[in-house]
Write a new protein. Structure first.
Length: 274
């Protein structure tokens, strides 16, 4: 009986793995086929990879879009880690009567859909465009500022800080470190797995962000890679081989970041401190 249960468990896991991996494999195969073969659902590799790449480069400015996405994603991730960790650290380490009230309000903000915030945000950045054009509409700052930290990230760091050994902080203070010194020289190096997990989540979210950049990035030279892929599919007769090639190229940076930091990501998600 145990062997039968194990066989069913392995069979279920194999089926789940195939279902999960199949779309990615089909996307890779589609980069080597013509558009008509993709629409027919061809599952065998073809010989059109070089042609699809050439047509993609001839059709759109791929490199600027990748650079725009990289600039926005890296900046957002760096600011999100700094602000989110400082806020989560502060909420957990320091005591005050109003702390829990503020934190609960912050958590309640997670229930507000982004669609309800789009119009006020756009009006705010439209006003900023008149007084500070560098951070107004159609700038990288207009994408970074609303997403440079989230309530989830603050909550994530606070929960991880609950398992941080507080004696280390007291030891640092006794050695004469300032509060910022304790944070940067003791807390940050110790919580590297939490930072790795938060970095992966934030980078992937920022890289794949579509709706808000679609609203505020209006000039072609500022478009990010999701907007470029969207434009490829909006034509009267889209070339699906080219679209799949663009999607694969857009997926590579996030896949690389995840696989390089995979071990730290798993450790950070379960809340371990090293």
């Amino acid at each position: 009986m145990p062997k039968l249960k194990r066989a069913f468990a392995y069979a279920f896991l194999i089926i789940a793995a195939v279902v999960s991996i199949f779309p990615f494999l089909w996307m890779l195969v589609s980069t080597t086929n013509k558009s008509v073969d993709v629409t027919k659902g061809r599952l065998l590799p073809g010989g059109e990879l070089a042609g699809n790449v050439k047509r993609l480069l001839d059709t759109v400015d791929l490199v600027p879009a990748l650079l725009n996405s990289a600039k926005i994603s890296i900046t957002t991730t760096a600011l999100a880690l700094l602000i989110g960790s400082l806020a989560g650290y502060g909420f957990e380490i320091y005591r005050s009567r109003a702390k829990d009230i503020v934190f609960n309000i912050l958590l309640l903000s997670m229930m507000i859909p982004f669609a309800a915030l789009m119009v006020p945000l756009y009006r705010m950045f439209a006003t900023l465009s008149q007084h500070a054009p560098g951070i107004g509409i159609d700038t990288a700052a207009s994408v970074v500022l609303p997403t440079m930290t989230t309530a989830f990230l603050i909550f994530f760091f606070r929960q991880s800080t609950k398992m941080f050994p507080k004696d280390m902080l007291e030891a640092g203070r006794m050695d004469g470190l300032s509060e910022l010194g304790v944070f940067f020289r003791i807390y940050v190096p110790t919580m590297k797995t939490t930072y790795a997990a938060a970095a992966i989540i934030t980078f992937m979210s920022s890289w794949n962000n579509y709706l808000w950049p679609l609203i505020v990035l209006q000039s072609e030279e500022n478009k990010t890679i999701p907007l470029l892929i969207s434009n490829l599919g909006s034509g009267y007769s889209p070339d699906y081989g080219v679209i799949m090639t663009a999607i694969v190229i857009a997926t590579l940076p996030t896949a690389l970041v995840f696989f390089l930091m995979q071990k730290h990501f798993v450790a950070g998600m379960i809340g371990s401190v090293k």
